[in-house]
Each structure stands twice: as structure tokens, then as C-alpha cells.
Design a protein around this ligand. Structure first.
Ligand SMILES: C[S@@+](CC[C@H](N)C(=O)[O-])C[C@H]1O[C@@H](n2cnc3c(N)ncnc32)[C@H](O)[C@@H]1O
Length: 966
């Protein structure tokens, strides 16, 4: 006999304080100090606040759990429901504290949450103590471990560790694995230890202070990072000389006069790429491809490049003051790679630039230099000497790995920048190689220092589980290498200058490598953003915030083939279809990290570039077209989900995030929803039932709209349980009936919240969120059978669910009536308002009036009640018959003649039957919400009598004009 596991309902399957979570997640975006995202970049990280709240709510029992297990299928009495709501509010209070960034290291808050998790765990163990595998699965003294098989930037495993769980993070991508090692695996090994560097050891106060978590480690990263920076300056600092303000420069720029003779540190060199002029007369001249000549557009500090032409040469100077109209466009003619020759005005077309680039004839020309002046940033003119220094450098190493030929995300390849090395200037290459060489050198010093301190001499490497001096030196090396990644992100020739802010736009300002025509070369030795020092500062601060508590592990493995999830709590955030090309993008960092860290992690960095073939991203260029990419994603994601469903701890639900672009919610069938539907298909086909869905936002709704539809700022958290083997099969009709029962209430709850323990879903998230309850119905069945016996596809189910919300299904007149009704009910209002609304809905007041549902006279408009509709109406003779009219005639006839009369109406409007029923649901929900009880009753009657009306319609004689209702 198999003993089934008793599974208490979890809080996340019932309620969540969404507002508090969303607010904290949105706030977190602006946290710059101590956030793990400042350790190393990863694309589309989920907010810690959401990860923390979701794991907590996934592990904590809902107050209703006991009653629900003892009274399956029963409706709970109201007094019990009220006590649950009160208990939920207590749990919500814990979550509301937990999600705040300030409480990230607040032990009192965290302990409260951990205690709640342990309490629920003990309840679950008690419930399952008779289970044959109780010793292994339900040990009340040992919480199950946690696993995220798509760990990425590590937000979720980190929060699991913080909540007291042994955390396992896995990812296919070595860069992601390294980030997770640095966040959860390595810090606990060295937690609570003082720094080993000589300065701290010789400082009595520092030596004797309490070093909690990984603060000692953080201090060492700071110290050795500073050493590296200083050493780099000694070796190559002469290539980053300050600019001396000369008299000549000051002649053209009176504002610089007081500074003559001063040497000012360079923050950035601003370059434009060049090609040979296409004009035969100037074929020998390299002309700039400058998308703007504006250097600073900040009020009071405007500066711009001013070219002056002399025959076949040109000089660039920098002017300050009001920006001339033509400065904005530089030498750009129009969008894309369309420029003009600075000397002749001849258009420079994209094909020409591509050909020049591929032939290796694209160069660079210095436009200006940004320096740190006594009162802020100054923009100085270029000089031949400054330019020469940069151009004469020849680095001894460059990453030769090829950029992918993926025109969607990598735009430089067409222009001849075809390797990762091509994305950097010679000086940038030299700096990055120098820094990575220094890592190798400093490791020995750190090892010596560590051996001389409390760590002790031990040559076991980190990769072999070491925790002694060598492992410590290797650990510091990893965090130092992360600082190199940060320098690379700002210090590539894709990074540009934001003239409105006076700051760098980093390489990965978007999740792609675009082409930058004019770029900003940063000075990593300067005391400014983009410098090595600031990377070290930010990184070490983030290390200090890590929990560094419980032994945890990061592993490189394919989620479609892993067996780490066995018996673990799983929360994960898989790739979003084709949205982010993680493996390709991460090569930008991998090539540098590999150079510095391969001796430490030989197998993680074994391959020349990041492994790609198993990456679960629907990348058309890799799979030979869109369809093949979709098939690959579906098959792989289904396998990955199957692995989770089959292994995860049987008493806990699994939570899965899926981030989507707002644009995807706007079309039910368009290609943009392909990713979401394919993903749902994978989840459902792998044997999961959805038991909850929550839209979680990392940005305020207003900002999502302001940013346009493409921000990956919302995600849906799907709460899943394995589908029981006893799941039934139902028909399409029964499925639709259940949808129609479930969705109005779900929609109502989402838009209104329910009781004081649920917050409403923001309207922008509604159309995605409604898919959850619909798919919960669909997924609980082994299959939904179509009329011909074939199983319904997820795509069809998606469409049917979406239709419930989509008012596009209704004709224009009905849309008008629905909105009018929502605002005014049956009351009158002014013509002007009706007119505006009618236009917005693609109809006119006159037109709606003609259809017979509207009173409009003397500037007054109101909807006609069904009792006012003409009793001699003949549907076969009605040239303008909106669904609104059909439904209200149906109600009129139903009231007078019952089901048989209504059946005749339905038979006559058969083509509109489904929409009529939908409208009735919509109106019922609307009236109920507005407290219009009488109207709600009328619509409800239609809904509850629908089957009978349908039967009457089937039995009704075929309608002939004239004999219908006469
Ligand atoms: C959406 S990201 C995870 C982001 C993460 N939750 C965070 O907050 O940073 C998805 C991850 O899945 C990884 N991935 C893609 N295909 C994979 C596979 N076959 N096995 C394991 N991981 C994979 C990608 O490398 C990426 O890091």
C-alpha cells in the first residue's frame, strides 16, 4: 500500500500581501550600496524582496491547513474563516517586515521568520510521522534543503540561505555558477573571521573587533583591491595622464583661464568611430561617425564639439554655452547607421560603413576629454598628443572568442567588430589584462598573509573543499575578478556618455551589445564611477551584507538533467523564452574571468566560451529558425520541469517565476505571447497542477507604462504541485462551464482583493494574472477533451481564458454600453460624455441609439432597461444587433416567458450565444461588485438557467421570419 503524503496548504496557495512585496521590490531597484547585484552583473535579476517573501510563504502553512485536511471539499463556516484571516494578518506582518531592504541583516526579523518556517515544518512532520520514509523526508529537527536549478544571479538561493535553509544553486552558465559560489557557497567558509591583511592585523582595534558574517573577507577584498589598483597605476598609469591646461586652450576657452598650468585627472575620453569618406575627393580622410556633438546638455554646464574644416582636414574644438541647433545630430543623418561626411556632406550609408568596418578600416577619433575640475566636470578639446597615447598602445593579449552572429542582440558584427576583443580599445585591453595578471600575482601574497594569520597554512584548493590559506587567497581572487568585470562593463567601446547626466552608460544598459558610434573610454584609475576602486568598494560592501550563514553549494549543471532537487524545496526563475541570450551575453565577462580564475576552477572554466547548446533559450539563430527554437525550448523546458516535479519535496509546492513584457499581455494570440504559452505548456505537460498565481512587480505600475511595453518588470509566480495520478478527464463543455464559474470570482478577487488579507492586482497585471486561475482549472485535469476526443492544447485553453477578459470579443456598441453601464448604470448623463466614449469605442451615439438600446434626446443619454425594449422585436429582422441588445432581450423574454421563450431567442441569435453568456457573466460580476443587487440577480438567473435555455433553444423550431414571437 502506498502511503500518500499529507500536504498542508501553504500560505502562498491562499494569500500574499502583494502590495507590500511589490513596493519593497520596486524600492530595492534604487539600492546601490550592499545589494548583491553590485557584486557582479546578471541580467533581469529578480528582487530579493520577492524571493524572500515567496520562499517564506511557500514553506509556511496557511492557517486553514488543518481544517481543510479534516474537512475536504466542505465550505468553512464564517467564524472559522474570520479566525484564519486574523492569523494570516499575523503572517503578513512578518512578511511586511521581512521584505524591507533595511531588514536584510536584521537578525530579530529574520529569526521570527525562521521560527515560523520551523513551526510549520514540525506540523508537517507530525502529520506525516507514519510515512514509511518519515526518517528521511520528515525529520522535525532538520529543515529540507533548498534548490534553484536556474539560479542565475542568485537572488533566490541567497534568500533561501538567509531564511535558514541549506541552499543549492545550479545553473548551466559558469559565470552564474561563480556568482552563486561567491554569494552562498564561499562566504560561510570564512564567516566570523577577522581580515588577514597586514594593515588590519597591525591595527589593534581592527584586529580585536567583532567580524560578523563575511565582513572580514570584505575588508580583505578592499585592502588587496587597493593594492591591485596602485600596482596597476605603477605599471601603466603613464597611459592615463592628467591633462594640463595650456594657455592656448584657455585662449579659446576663457572659463579655463584660472586653471592654466593645472593638471586635471581624466574621467573619460570621448571618441567617435571613423570611416574613410565615401566622397572620392576626400577618400583619404577618416571622417567621424558622431551621433551627436553634444557633450553636456545639463543646464548651466552645456558643452559641445565644434568642428572646423580646412580643405581636406578638420579640427575639433569644444565650446561651452548655448547648444547650437545642429550640434544635437553630430554627423548623423537619420536613424540607424546613416551619417554624412563631415567635409563634403556626402551621405555615408549603412552598407558602406559595414564594408569599411569589415575591411578593417573603421578607426576612432577623439572628440573631447572629460576631466575633474575644481567645481565639477569639465569638457576639454582633444589634442594630437592625447590621441596618440591611446593609439600607440599594443596590448599583448586580447580575447579572441567570436561574437555570435545573432543580429537581434549583437549589433556590432555587421560592422566588423567580430570578437569580444574587438569591443575594447587597446588601452582598455591593456588595463583588463594588467588587472587580471595582478590577480595571479597577489594570490601568493594573500596566501602568505593568511597563513601568518589565524587561517593557517593549508594548500587545499577552494575547488577541492579547502578552507585554509590557499583557499582564502583564491576566494579573494574571485571577488577581485568581479571588480574587473565591472571595469569591463563600463570600460568597453560600447559604453557611452550620457550628455544629460554627465555619466557613463554601461555596456549592458540593455540586454544586448548594441553598436556605439561614439563611445566613452573610462579611466579605471580615476576617482570616479567606472573606476576599479569604486568597483572594489561596491563589491566589498555587498560581501558584507551576505548572510554567510549555512553551508550551501553552487553547481554547474543542466536543469533538464539534474538530480539535485531530490527531497528539496524548489523555487526557481527559468529563462523567459527568447528574451535574454544569457550564454552569449555572459561571454563578455567569461573571457576575462577565465583568464584570471581558470587555475582556481579548472573545470568550470574548461571551455573557451560559455557552453551554449543546452541553454534553454529560444534563440532562432542557434536553432535554425523560430519554429525549431520554439520546439527546442518546449522540449527542454518540459524535461527541466519534469525533473523538478518528480523530485521536489512532496509536502511543499514548487514556485516558478516567469517574467514577461507588458506587451505580451496585449495580445492573446500574437507571437509575443508564444513564450508565455510555451512555458505554461512545459509546466503543465511536466505533470504540474497550478495551485496559485501571483503577479510580482519590480517596478511601480506607472513606471512600467512610462518605460513602454518592453520592460521585464513583472513576473508571475506560479505555485505548483504534482498532478495526482487519479486526475480526471473532462470535456471542453465542462471545462468551459467550470471556467465560467471560477473566473468571475477570481477576477473579482483580483481586482478588489478579498477581505483585509489580500491586496488587489494592479490593472496592468490583470490580463496575465487571470491566466493563473484559468490554468489552475485546466491543469488539474489529466486532459480536457475536445468534441472530437483529442486533448485540448494549452494554447486553446489560454485563448479561452483570455477571451474572458478580452472585450475585443464584443462588438463596438456593446463595448460602449459596457463602459457606460460601469460608469452610470441605468442613470442618465450628458450627451458630450456619451459622444466621447462612443468615439473611443469606435461607434457613435446615433448608431448605438439605432440599435435600440439607448435613449438619447435633448443632450441627455441613458441606457434603456430591458423592460423598455419593444416586445414585438424580431431578431431575424434586426439589422444592428449588438450582443448587449441580444442579452437584454433574452432577459426580457426570460422574465415574461421563462426558459422556453428565452430558448427561442437564443436559437435565433445562435451565433452570438457564447458572447451573450460571457456578457452576462461580466455584468453579473460588475453589478455584484457595485452592490446593484437587483440587476445582479437578473444576470445571475440567466447564468444559472443557461443549460435549460440552451436545451430549449435546441428544441425550438427553426425560426422563420414573422413567426418567432408573434
Ligand atoms: C531568469 S535567469 C535566473 C535569474 C535569477 N533568478 C536572478 O534573480 O538573477 C535564468 C537562468 O537560467 C539559466 N539556464 C538556461 N538554460 C539552462 C539550463 N539548461 N540549465 C540550467 N540553467 C539554465 C541561465 O543561464 C540563467 O542564468
Amino acid at each position: 500500500m502506498t502511503v500518500t503524503v499529507k500536504t498542508p496548504k501553504k500560505l502562498i496557495e491562499v494569500a500574499l500581501p502583494l502590495d507590500a512585496i511589490n513596493e519593497a521590490a520596486a524600492r530595492e531597484k534604487s539600492i546601490r550600496h550592499g545589494h548583491p547585484s553590485t557584486l557582479h552583473l546578471w541580467w533581469a535579476r529578480r528582487p530579493l524582496a520577492a524571493a524572500r517573501a515567496v520562499i517564506f510563504a511557500q514553506m509556511v502553512n496557511d492557517p486553514s491547513w488543518k481544517w481543510e485536511l479534516e474537512h475536504p471539499g466542505e465550505i468553512p463556516p464564517n467564524n472559522i474563516k474570520a479566525s484564519w484571516a486574523a492569523s494570516r494578518n499575523r503572517l503578513f506582518a512578518i512578511i511586511k517586515d521581512l521584505v524591507k531592504w533595511e531588514n536584510t541583516t536584521n537578525e530579530a526579523v529574520l529569526q521570527k521568520a525562521r521560527a515560523e518556517i520551523r513551526k510549520s515544518w514540525r506540523e508537517t512532520c507530525e502529520l506525516n510521522k507514519a510515512h514509511p520514509q518519515a526518517a528521511e523526508l520528515f525529520d522535525p529537527e532538520k529543515l529540507p534543503a533548498f534548490h534553484d536549478p536556474f539560479a542565475g544571479g542568485g537572488a533566490i538561493p541567497l534568500e533561501a540561505q538567509r531564511l535558514g535553509l541549506e541552499s543549492y544553486a545550479s545553473d548551466l552558465n559558469p559565470v552564474a555558477v561563480l556568482i552563486n559560489k561567491a554569494m552562498i557557497e564561499i562566504p560561510p567558509k570564512f564567516a566570523g573571521r577577522p581580515p588577514v591583511n597586514p594593515a588590519s592585523r597591525n591595527n589593534k582595534a581592527a584586529w580585536s573587533q567583532q567580524w560578523s558574517r563575511a565582513q572580514g573577507l570584505a575588508e580583505d577584498v578592499r585592502y588587496y583591491g587597493q593594492w591591485m589598483r596602485d600596482e596597476a597605476e605603477k605599471r601603466i598609469g603613464h597611459l592615463y595622464p592628467p591633462v594640463e591646461i595650456g594657455k592656448e586652450t584657455a585662449q579659446e576657452r576663457p572659463d579655463l583661464k584660472p586653471l592654466v598650468g593645472q593638471k586635471l585627472a581624466v574621467i573619460a575620453w570621448l571618441w567617435a568611430r571613423t570611416v574613410k569618406s565615401p566622397n572620392p575627393a576626400f577618400r583619404h580622410v577618416d571622417v567621424p561617425l558622431a551621433s551627436t556633438f553634444v557633450l553636456s546638455s545639463r543646464a548651466g554646464n552645456e558643452a559641445y564639439v565644434c568642428p572646423s574644416i580646412d580643405g581636406d582636414s578638420y579640427r575639433l574644438s569644444v565650446k561651452i554655452g548655448k547648444l547650437p541647433a545642429d550640434a544635437k545630430d553630430g554627423t548623423k543623418l537619420s536613424r540607424g547607421a546613416n551619417f554624412r561626411c563631415l567635409l563634403s556632406g556626402t551621405p555615408i550609408e549603412p552598407q558602406y560603413i559595414k564594408a569599411e568596418g569589415r575591411a578593417g578600416r573603421m578607426g576612432m577619433r577623439l572628440l573631447a576629454v572629460v576631466v575633474e575640475g575644481p567645481r565639477g566636470r569639465l569638457y576639454l578639446p582633444p589634442s594630437v598628443e592625447i590621441e596618440q597615447i591611446a593609439k600607440e598602445i599594443s596590448p599583448s593579449w586580447r580575447p579572441e572568442a567570436a561574437l555570435p552572429n545573432d543580429p537581434r542582440n549583437f549589433w556590432t558584427v555587421d560592422y566588423g567588430l567580430v570578437t569580444y576583443g574587438d569591443l575594447f580599445t587597446p588601452r582598455q585591453l591593456l588595463m583588463l589584462s594588467t588587472l587580471s595578471d595582478l590577480i595571479t600575482e597577489i594570490k601568493e601574497n594573500i596566501e602568505r598573509d593568511a597563513a601568518a594569520s589565524g587561517v593557517g597554512h593549508d594548500t587545499t584548493p577552494l575547488d577541492a573543499g579547502g578552507t585554509g590559506s590557499l583557499a582564502y587567497a583564491e576566494t579573494i581572487a574571485i571577488y577581485l575578478a568581479f571588480a574587473i568585470s565591472k571595469v569591463a562593463n563600463i570600460g568597453s567601446s560600447i559604453a557611452s556618455w550620457m550628455s544629460d547626466r554627465g555619466a557613463f552608460r554601461e555596456t549592458f544598459a540593455r540586454q544586448a551589445i548594441p553598436m556605439a558610434w561614439d563611445f566613452a573610454e573610462s579611466n579605471p584609475l580615476a576617482d570616479a564611477g567606472g573606476s576599479f576602486s569604486s568597483a572594489i568598494d561596491k563589491g566589498s560592501m555587498a560581501i558584507g551584507y551576505l548572510p554567510a550563514s549555512i553551508r550551501s553549494v553552487a553547481i554547474q549543471t543542466d536543469a533538464a538533467a539534474q538530480d539535485i532537487s531530490a527531497g528539496k524545496v524548489v523555487s526557481t526563475d527559468p529563462p523567459y523564452y527568447d528574451n535574454i541570450a544569457y550564454a552569449d551575453l555572459s561571454d563578455f565577462f567569461y573571457v576575462w574571468l577565465r583568464r584570471a580564475l581558470r587555475p582556481i576552477f579548472p573545470s568550470l572554466f574548461a571551455t573557451l566560451s560559455v557552453p551554449k547548446s543546452e541553454e534553454l533559450v529560444a534563440t532562432p539563430y542557434r536553432h535554425g529558425g523560430k519554429e525549431k527554437a520554439e520546439a527546442f525550448f518546449l522540449a527542454g523546458m518540459t524535461r527541466a520541469m519534469h525533473r523538478i516535479a518528480g523530485q521536489a519535496h512532496p509536502s511543499m509546492p514548487v514556485t516558478i517565476y516567469y517574467a514577461y513584457k507588458q506587451s505580451e499581455s496585449q495580445s492573446a494570440e500574437g507571437t509575443s505571447s508564444t513564450g508565455w504559452v510555451t512555458f505554461l505548456e512545459a509546466v503543465i505537460h511536466s505533470g504540474f497542477v497550478l495551485t496559485g498565481t501571483w503577479p510580482v512587480r519590480s517596478e511601480g505600475a506607472g513606471r512600467i507604462i512610462a518605460k513602454g511595453a518592453n520592460a521585464l518588470a513583472s513576473s508571475i509566480v506560479l505555485v505548483c504541485r504534482p498532478r495526482p495520478a487519479s486526475a480526471e478527464t473532462i470535456s471542453r463543455r465542462a471545462f468551459l462551464r467550470e471556467l465560467n464559474q471560477v473566473l468571475p470570482a477570481a477576477l473579482d478577487e483580483m481586482t478588489r482583493g478579498s477581505g483585509d488579507d489580500r491586496s488587489p492586482v494592479a490593472p496592468v497585471d490583470l490580463s496575465q494574472a487571470i491566466i493563473g486561475p484559468g490554468m489552475a482549472v485546466f491543469s488539474k485535469y489529466a486532459a480536457v477533451l475536445e468534441a472530437d476526443g483529442t486533448p485540448m492544447t494549452v494554447q486553446t485553453a489560454y485563448r479561452l481564458i483570455n477571451r474572458f477578459l478580452a472585450e475585443d470579443d464584443f462588438d463596438h456598441d456593446t463595448q460602449f454600453c459596457l463602459h457606460w453601464f460601469e460608469q452610470y448604470g441605468w442613470k442618465e448623463s450628458r450627451f458630450g460624455e456619451a459622444d466621447t466614449l462612443a468615439r473611443a469605442k469606435g461607434t457613435s451615439v446615433d448608431g448605438v441609439k439605432q440599435s435600440g438600446v439607448l435613449f438619447a434626446e435633448g443632450g441627455i443619454v441613458r441606457l434603456l432597461k430591458w423592460a423598455e425594449y419593444p416586445s414585438d422585436w424580431d431578431p431575424t429582422d434586426d439589422a444592428r444587433l449588438p450582443i448587449w441588445e441580444a442579452l437584454h432581450h433574452l432577459i426580457r423574454v426570460f422574465k415574461a416567458e421563462g426558459e422556453s421563450g428565452a430558448g427561442k431567442v437564443l436559437a435565433a441569435v445562435a451565433a452570438k450565444a457564447e458572447a451573450t453568456r460571457q456578457l452576462s457573466y461580466r455584468l453579473y460580476t460588475l453589478c455584484e461588485r457595485a452592490g446593484w443587487a437587483e440587476d445582479a440577480r437578473a444576470y445571475n438567473e440567466i447564468i444559472t438557467s443557461w443549460s435549460a435555455i440552451e436545451s430549449a433553444a435546441a428544441a425550438a423550431p427553426k425560426a422563420h421570419q414573422g413567426d418567432l414571437f408573434g
